[in-house]
Design a protein around this ligand. Structure first.
Ligand code: GDP
Ligand code: MG
Length: 306
């Protein structure tokens, strides 16, 4: 299956929901009246892309409709894909794009951090990079074992310490090992659950600051967020960004959710680039993010003017 088809299949539930709402809107007729613009904004909000992004998209489309004297709703919808694509925050190529990097993966429990680190390790190794993993989720023994399994699959080394160790010391060991073996990509898995959310943020702040001090390579923090959590995911993303000053986001579980629009809300509202998207549990279910492909998969085409 082609690249776009895989993303498109993953986002099919999000797209079906959007098309259903869009049909209700178009049933009222193709006139570009106030009702249409309000209805379009509401449809976009119902697609989980967030109020701020929805309002920006509608404002831009209204401007274009006036300037280009667009005849009807279909002419506006022809521009919707591009407009959605442009509303994503661009950038983030430095993080996983091939240069030396130490990347810390953060996010709450169950969003897919460990899985994502495993998939990335395989992808980067296949691309000829020297990858080292670090297991800074020392809160649960199972988390360490899970990363070891992924490391084996990818054929890379992983630095661990026993359960309950200080996650910052694991990072320290990992960087030391990376220097010894000349690794050019270091991926560090972190805990998503601690006693409280404040404890978690404090621990992560400490880990990031230790890594930044010790590292001789650029250090990046990446949030792994789960699309199925919808608007909750956006609130969490904001909390992580405030504490850790994130460099980018990976959105997982875009397969089988109708809430795929949340990727746009997070990227737009927090001014963060989407680095990769997860569309399944398998080793090659992590895909490069392309804003135009994503927009097309999310809302589909409106050329069937039925
Ligand atoms: N369907 C689907 N499941 C995923 C995806 N990414 C991760 N998962 C699953 O989500 C669960 C939690 O993943 P895990 O990596 O342990 O999350 P962590 O707690 O953040 O480290 C596992 O069962 C993964 O297989 C994805 O893109 N799609
Ligand atoms: Mg984990």
């Amino acid at each position: 299956m082609g690249f776009f088809d895989r993303i498109s299949e993953g986002l099919s539930r999000s797209r079906d929901k959007f098309k259903e709402q869009m049909n209700v809107l178009l049933d009222r007729g193709p006139n570009l009246d106030e009702d249409f613009w309000d209805g379009l904004e509401e449809t976009l909000i119902l697609a989980d892309i967030g109020g701020a992004a929805a309002s920006e998209i509608v404002d831009n489309l209204r401007d274009q409709a006036t300037r280009q004297a667009l005849p009807d709703a279909y002419a506006v919808l022809d521009l919707l894909n591009d407009q959605i694509a442009e509303t994503f925050t661009p950038g983030g190529e430095d993080v996983l794009g091939g240069g030396e990097a130490i990347v810390l993966f953060v996010g709450i429990n169950g969003t897919g951090k460990t899985t994502t680190v495993g998939k990335l390790a395989k992808e980067a190794t296949d691309a000829g990079r020297t990858v080292l993993l670090g297991s800074a989720d020392t809160f649960r023994a199972a988390a360490i074992e899970q990363l070891e399994v992924w490391a084996q699959r990818a054929g890379v080394e992983v630095v661990t310490r026993e359960r309950g160790s200080d996650p910052a010391s694991v990072c320290y060991d990992t960087i030391e090992r990376a220097e010894q073996q000349g690794a050019d990509l270091v991926l560090i898995d972190t805990a998503g659950r601690l006693h409280t959310s404040a404890d978690l943020m404090r621990e992560l702040e400490k880990v990031v600051s230790v890594v930044r001090k010790r590292a001789n390579m650029p250090v990046y923090t990446v949030l792994v967020t789960d699309a199925t959590t919808g608007q909750n995911g956006l609130a969490q993303a904001r909390e992580f960004d405030r504490a850790l000053d994130l460099d980018g986001v990976i959105v997982t579980k875009l397969d089988g959710t109708a809430k795929g629009g949340i990727a746009l809300a997070v990227s737009h509202d927090l001014s963060l680039p989407i680095l990769k998207i997860g569309v399944g549990e398998g080793l090659d279910d992590l895909k490069d993010f392309d804003a135009h492909d994503f927009a097309r998969a999310l809302i589909g085409d409106f050329d069937e003017r039925s």
